[in-house]
Design a protein around this ligand. Sequence first.
Ligand code: ASP
Length: 437
Amino acid sequence: METMKKRLNLPLYQKILIGMLLGLLYGWFSILQQWQFFTFNYIQPLGDVFMRLLQLIAVPLVIASLVTGLAQMKDIASLGRLGVRTLILFLMTTFMAVAIGLGIANLVKPGNQLSAKVRAELQETYASAQSSNSAALSRQQALEEQPALQFLTDAIPKNIFGAASDNSNMLQVISFALLLGLALVLVPADQGRPLLRFFESLNAVVLKMVDLIMAAAPIGVAALMASVLSNLAGNAAGAVDLLLALGTYALCVVAGIFCLLFIMNPLVLFVFSKKFKFKDLVFFYKSIFPAQLLAFSTSSSAATLPLTFERVEQHLKVRPRVAGFVLPLGATINMDGTSLYQGIAAVFIAQAFGLDLSLSDQLTILLTSVLASIGSAAVPGAGMIMLVIVLKSVGMDPAGIALIIAPDRLLDMFRTTANVTSDCMVAYIVNSHEKED
Ligand code: ASP
């Protein structure tokens, strides 16, 4: 009995991996057996419940961890240093990621391989998908009419309760929490203490909620994988051709993500962390692996945030005040995978339409992809919606998104993994430069 218990006491990443594999196996089997109805009615809700539980704690987690993180800063100067280091690393890695994406897209030229027939089919699919989704349509129209820096205005809420009532306004919640944390550092200690104790207590309770929810992670992940596969198969009857036509493009994005994970991130870690050795790299990836798996399964940096916190603080041993600052901000604005994807997608669409992109066009794509990834919400599919800004910046028709809609769900899984990895990396690097407490 005891050994049985021990055997079941596997580390979290193994349980999530097993859940993923079982979900994939079931999904595959259910397609063969035409069990889509059962999967939709009885399996998908399990995944949705898990996603909701994760989303449910995102806002309290961000507020509590940011406020307590900031309040632990000894002074404004150290807060400033932490902030500047973090933002520089966020921006630098995002720029590097788009540059890698542009390099790959220009080298492989995936868009030149589409036939005119496939192109027309893709646009038709997009038009019908869009007309059946009026929310997405109005969001896209709104984006088309906005200035590129609109996200700065959007970052400031008019009302904190309004902002906190919707997970896609996380940047607004963060700006409120930053201001609150800053004010807490500035008021005399005895005046700030009661509020600070409240947030510390909230933080501890929310982290316990994370533990409880994570116990369901293997089942949640299994259900998510099963329903993703089953939905893909449901939509894919006519889309297999399209997927094949888009194969080179999808491979470019996946190859780019692998470049980020296995070349760029290790290099950045070696260059910017203090005293970083090869064994630290193995330790780094081992520590964050469960968060990467969850990012892959949920396609949402925000939903992964609770586990990202746990891995970074408990396993990478990053100080809570550093993690509390870097991770919520990173999940919301630091998206290396998304920016790489947006760069490749924009060039792919231009190639598919037979448009020549000049060097200045490519630089514009570089810049707007960085901005668009910062503005993308940390939820599934957000990166594709923000692609509108990138396409508009070089005078392309946003309807070109039609070309890339089919494999997007799949690519989202990869890019979210890279997004979360980069957040962990920046937290680790910034932490290595913090003075001993
Ligand atoms: N799903 C991504 C994330 O949450 C954003 C995107 O769509 O690229 O990080």
